[in-house]
Design a protein around this ligand. Structure first.
Ligand code: FAQ
Length: 313
């Protein structure tokens, strides 16, 4: 029986038929999706913090309005993803507990500090750029609610990437100091953005199965290479440099070669020892605790409304 269910499931996946919440699915598929989708949701929510840091200091009203809108979009992405993950049988409260206790991860990239205004541009260009490269294929993920959530998210991420690039372009045409700020931000965000795609394929425990289940459509290394190829060209428009002396076009592979990634740094950050890990988690826990009264009020209001509707009925 179980074997037959598994065969029906894999046939659907192989024939590009979406898996929906009420369909039978292997336990491990459900667990993998909960792990990836909750990590993704947490990343969006924690990802609001580095940029939120600059809302009060944005250099003009237009920049402030755009940044507020971007950070709000990220909150929305987190909420779509928590809702999509709830269809797999886990509650939002459980996912948030897992984030706060350190049981589930969020993206390594958000454990780096935003030191200057140029960092907001670099996050848009490089971090949103990497996110788009990784997330556009997720619009075709085999699990329906995840794929549908990703369509809207990707549309908004493209806008974020463009506004980030435009911040850097403005700085790159500015004073010598602004140009230096622009290059400095690229220097600091380049390697962490390259690491966002996760470990090399040979040390990625989940990729092979996730590709077979069509959750992931490409491997970590394939996406990383696509990202590097795009950025290596775009950086010329900025008149800036990518901080990698080994970055070179390879006529044979038709891709850019690039230097060695510092995997010790990556795992150090993933395992909680990056420059801002403690600060980020503490900020999330504080916001959650201070927001308790809002959740209580919303529940009390919903219950009161339900009682009223019952009386009327
Ligand atoms: N950071 O075998 P794999 C954004 C972990 S959203 C931390 O390769 P998998 C929007 C991984 O969880 C950015 N941990 O795993 C935005 C696993 O640990 P586990 C987030 C990482 O799942 C922009 C272990 O390493 N995007 O940027 C990272 O097949 C601007 C082994 O790795 C998503 O979450 C990392 N970078 O592939 C917001 C996209 N990489 O669970 C604000 C969806 C790997 O066994 C501002 N997720 N790990 O303990 C994915 O595509 C995948 O989950 C990967 C990892 C590619 C991230």
């Amino acid at each position: 029986m179980a074997e037959q269910q598994e065969k029906i499931f894999q046939d659907k996946v192989d024939h590009e038929i979406r898996i929906e919440p009420k369909d039978w699915m292997p336990d491990q598929y459900r667990k993998t999706l909960i792990r990836q989708m909750s990590q993704h949701a947490h990343s969006e929510i924690v990802g609001m913090l580095p940029e939120g840091n600059w809302i009060t200091r944005a250099p003009s009203l237009r920049r402030k309005a755009t940044l507020i809108a971007k950070v709000q979009d990220e909150a929305g992405h987190g909420l779509y993803l928590y809702s999509a993950a709830e269809t797999l049988g886990i509650s939002r409260a459980e996912m948030i507990d897992q984030l706060h206790s350190g049981k589930t991860k969020y993206s390594s990239i958000f454990n780096y500090p935003t030191l200057t205004w140029a960092d907001i541009g670099a996050i848009g260009w490089l971090v949103d750029g990497a996110a788009i490269m990784n997330q556009v294929p997720l619009c075709r993920a085999s699990y329906g609610p995840y794929a549908r959530a990703m369509i809207r998210i990707c549309k908004e991420e493209s806008f974020h990437q463009r506004q980030g690039f435009e911040i850097l372009l403005t700085l790159s045409k500015g004073s010598e100091e602004q140009k230096r700020m622009c290059q400095d931000a690229i220097d600091r965000w380049w390697w962490p953005a390259v690491m966002m795609f996760g470990p090399n394929d040979e040390s990625s425990p989940h990729t092979k199965q996730s590709v077979a289940w069509k959750i992931k459509r490409f491997t970590n290394d394939e996406l990383r290479q696509k990202f590097i190829d795009v950025c290596a060209e775009q950086v010329h428009i900025l008149g800036m440099k990518i901080p990698d002396p080994d970055l070179k076009w390879n006529e044979q592979t038709k891709h850019y070669d690039f230097g060695a990634i510092n995997w010790d740094e990556f795992w150090n950050v993933v395992n909680g020892n990056g420059p801002c890990n403690k600060e980020r988690l503490a900020a999330r826990i504080k916001a959650h605790e201070e927001g308790a009264w809002v959740r209580e009020a919303a529940i009390a209001y919903a219950e009161k409304k339900k009682r009223k509707e019952k009386v009327i009925a």
